[in-house]
Design a protein. Structure first.
Length: 84
């Protein structure tokens, strides 16, 4: 059980880091931003309309994945961790 709890805590930390990174990316998107496509290194400059839609698409994705579908709570009866 301890291994599962440790894994879930690490997953929560990883998820929080990814959400923070995505939020920072969303905040930085504006007209003229240059995106670099990782696979081939191609660069794309976004105009105002493209930046608007790209930013809103990322925000929509963020809203779907922002909250993990589980929580961890401490069991007060015997001090073991319980997965909800």
């Amino acid at each position: 059980m301890e291994d599962i709890v440790e894994f879930l805590e690490q997953l929560q930390d990883w998820h929080l880091h990814k959400i923070e990174n995505l939020s920072a990316v969303i905040e930085s998107i504006k007209d003229g931003v240059i995106l670099k496509i990782a696979e081939d290194g191609e660069q794309v400059e976004l105009n105002a309309e493209q930046a608007f839609w790209f930013k809103n698409g990322l925000a929509l994705g963020l809203s779907e994945f922002e909250k993990l579908p589980f929580t961890l709570t401490k069991n007060t009866e015997d001090d073991n961790q319980e997965i909800e």
